[in-house]
Ligand binder design. Sequence first.
Ligand code: ZN
Length: 458
Amino acid sequence: MKLVLEDWVEGERDRIVATLCDWLRIPSISAHPDRAADVRRSADFTAALLAGAGMEHVEVLETAAGAGLPSVYADHLHAGPDAPTVLVYGHHDVQPVDPLEEWASPPFDPVLVDGELRGRGAIDDKGQTLFQIEAVRGLLAGGGMPVNVKFLVEGEEEVGSPNFERLLEAERERLGCDVVVVSDTDMWAPDVPSVCVGMRGLIAYGVALRTAKADLHSGLFGGAVPNPSHLIARIVAALHDADRRVTVPGFYDGVRPLTDAEEASMATIPMDEDAWREMAGVRRLEGEAGRSVLERIWTRPTCDVVGIAVGYAGAGVKTIVPAQGRFTVTFRLVPDQDPDVVGAAFEAWVRDQVPEGVDVEVTRMGGVAPALTPVDHPAMAGLCRAVERVWGKAPLFTRIGGSGPEEALGRILAAPVLYLGVALPDDRFHAPNERMVMDQFWKGLLAAGELFGELATP
Ligand SMILES: [Zn+2]
């Protein structure tokens, strides 16, 4: 059976690769303030790309805070009032490139080698956004879009989407849709197609302790005054019990057990824990007792202390009892944990660990709720058929342990979020030598074309 964009794409390959290279040459690093002009240039490039593909009402959207990292909106709403509306989400900003010396070729000078396009943003997320835009161009060239389509291409995803919720709230009406399609995730393997059905949530806290007005001489005062190093070590150690479960009271209360169908679906994943351990570059695996690696990284909530700063750790010895210290802790959350409930429990717990006479300051840093796409939604069946037609196999259901703006999209726009992601686990997201395997790109483009058709006729 012929795919709807199969013939069209044959005549377009060179132009599309050249377009992607042009986009990748723009160093739109959202984390570097001195690259703000490049993020804007990338937004303008995105807008021109969408307009050139036939999209209408193209607009560069400034962020609410005026941070200068604009997003881009466009729509094409001519499929008729009965046709569903699909919102495609992607992002045009990229991660920083250091360490630069580990790149085999310059990050913003893309090269096509052995069927891979290498460059910063190739997979995350300009490449994956481009195949969506090109699918729309191809469908419009071939007679029209089967669904109404809107694009929202963000400019500050890689810095944690600080203004994204406000943007969604402010533009809720214009962004209104029946389904969200995100292309910013990966597949299990090139010959094991999969679709993501959920992401974990995230909350982070900074905890600062002060035990004295100033550092004290460890000979004159040590042994008779509190030491924040010891206190932090005790608190951090107390976060987990011997089974490596999180000890914050009520932490697991909101966790929804997996259904039989979810358990069965996870059992189909061809997970090789030894290979995964080697990929991670660790010699032993640890985690919540009685849980598999996939459970630990996909379906169980976790706590990780991501940084500790206390005392003197430079060359030699400085004989002090430090006066202050701090640590940062993150919690990955799963359905139906509420970031505010878990956060409040942690705050109360950590204050309780600090003895009287020690100052403690607890600072919440952002929060994202967990996201889960209902696998029995008709749009999900359409996504699975689209992927199966292109890859020749029905996709497996996977999850992502990380967190992103997808939860806000689904919640604020009240629509299911579908993930059509073609990245491979070794595409080096956020790392040197990021790449797009072009075979996956072309398949993604064809699958996007199939998916629009599927969503038109649920
Ligand atoms: Zn991304």
